[in-house]
Design a protein around this ligand. Structure first.
Ligand SMILES: Cc1ncc(COP(=O)(O)O)c(C=O)c1O
Length: 435
């Protein structure tokens, strides 16, 4: 019996109407998009009743799993109290969430400013840094992703995304290198963060630099720098008097095995942005948090209409409490290790590297493990399509578009990971035969 609330005809019609009415200005592999009828835990079900293991966590939002009863309950209760007020006022839910966040963040952070999406949160972060310092330039990392709005694109590295701006970018922003350890010619034993040589000089040559913006660990970029890399960047920026903006939009709320990924490196930024799971998956909510030195000089302009929406805030707070009470952040760490071991155990000739920090991670695919030649786009697309057909939802990321990004809800079990890994083994073997 179908698991769908729709008949086959109704489901076909919905798919056809999606194609007709919904604008999707990106290319996607065959089989996408999935029109979702319902979702629970790590599984989403499409209108035809087909189940998928969601290794994207609803695009890295549903860290406590889809439709967690505690989040649904908190949002439902809030629906009966207040839905929306002017952002110039407050709601009980937003006050409680702000307090919780400030107490979870490092002591360099004193208050939270709410907006509605990760890109917007970064726009405010950039505004803050520029207003406070009176300087306009901002450095970002190679391979960075900070969003798709015009301001956030200025600090997003990939040409693929920057080209969508429809105008030249980069007059006031510039890139500095990130650590791509898997492809570094030096190897771990001789690493003295040589990839950062010249960065101090580059910043010195741009005396109008206000800040460095960075994800502590890159998800779209697929890179996790070693501690000594971050220690050197942090020292350089402090010496040069630059603000540090840490983008926790994707790494925050338990994903990496810590509440915030900056904890892995002991960073104390002046500004922290966040979003995605902050809404508990109900509506959209984002934050730009800052320390009192920044706040004293910041004028937002006015307030975003739906910033700090009460229902999203209540749901986000419930998600944070769920992560803590159900020890899901510990589970992220343990399951990240399980994923790593299970993927290496495949000994697949196409799996060149496996990189997980908690459940932020993936596998880099190569045509040749010795030369590290990037696996051809056609093969990567065939793998993604075949996984999709087998009911495994993943995304692809990385500088060369060859990293299978594996970031499920933090509730995932070892058995679910093992099911995926067996499926991946078969898919890799089948695609190898066919290309
Ligand atoms: C690190 C990072 N920053 C910012 C964003 C943009 O967030 P949004 O899509 O909510 O605007 C994303 C989205 O993937 C992200 O991963």
């Amino acid at each position: 019996m179908s698991n769908s609330p729709f008949s086959a005809e109704q489901a076909d019609e919905l798919v056809q109407k999606d194609e007709q009415y919904v604008m999707r200005p990106w290319t996607h592999p065959a089989g996408e998009p999935v029109i979702v009828a319902r979702a629970k835990g790590c599984v989403i079900t499409d209108v035809h009743g087909k189940d998928y293991l969601d290794l994207t966590a609803g695009y890295f939002v549903n860290n406590a799993g889809h439709c967690h009863p505690r989040i649904v309950e908190a949002a439902t209760q809030q629906l009966h109290q207040v839905l929306q007020v002017s952002g110039k006022h407050g709601t009980v839910a937003a006050v409680r969430l702000a307090e919780r966040l400030v107490n979870l963040l490092p002591s360099s952070i004193d208050q939270a400013f709410f907006s509605t999406g990760g890109s917007e949160a970064n726009e405010f972060a950039l505004k803050m840094a520029r207003q406070v310092t009176g300087k306009s330039d901002v450095a970002y990392l190679d391979n960075a992703y900070h969003g798709l709005t015009l301001g956030s694109l200025e600090v997003t590295a990939s040409e693929k995304y920057r080209d969508s701006a429809g105008k030249p970018l980069g007059g006031e922003t510039y890139a500095i290198p990130n650590a791509y350890c898997y492809r570094c010619p030096l190897g771990p034993d001789t690493c003295a963060t040589q990839c950062l040589d010249g960065v101090d000089e580059k910043i010195a040559a741009r005396p109008n630099t206000a800040a460095i913006i960075a994800e502590p660990i890159q998800s779209v970029g697929g890179l996790a720098p070693p501690e000594k890399w971050w220690a050197r960047v942090d020292a350089i920026r402090k010496q040069r008097g630059l603000l540090l903006i840490i983008d926790e939009v994707q790494t925050g709320l338990g994903r990496t095995g810590k509440m915030f990924a900056l904890e892995h490196y002991g960073l104390e930024p002046e500004i922290v942005s966040g979003g995605k799971g902050l809404s508990g998956g109900v509506g959209s909510l984002a934050m730009t948090c800052a320390g009192s030195g920044v706040i004293a000089k910041f004028f937002g302009g006015t307030t975003p209409t739906s910033g700090g929406n009460a229902v999203s805030a209540a749901a986000g707070l419930a998600m944070i409490e769920t992560l803590l009470d159900e020890k899901l952040i510990d589970n992220a760490r343990v399951m990240g290790e399980h994923f790593t071991q299970a993927l290496w155990a495949l000994r697949d000739p196409w799996i060149g590297d496996v990189r997980f920090t908690g459940l932020l991670g993936g596998a880099e695919l190569v045509a040749d493990r010795d030369t590290k030649e990037v696996l051809a786009k056609k093969a990567v697309a065939a793998i993604k399509d075949a996984l999709h057909a087998e009911g495994m939802l993943i995304t692809v990321s990385g500088l060369y578009g060859n990293v299978l990004r594996l970031q499920p809800p933090l509730t995932i079990t070892a058995a679910q990971i093992d099911t995926f890994v067996v499926c991946l083994r078969n898919v890799l073997a089948a695609v190898r035969q066919s290309v």
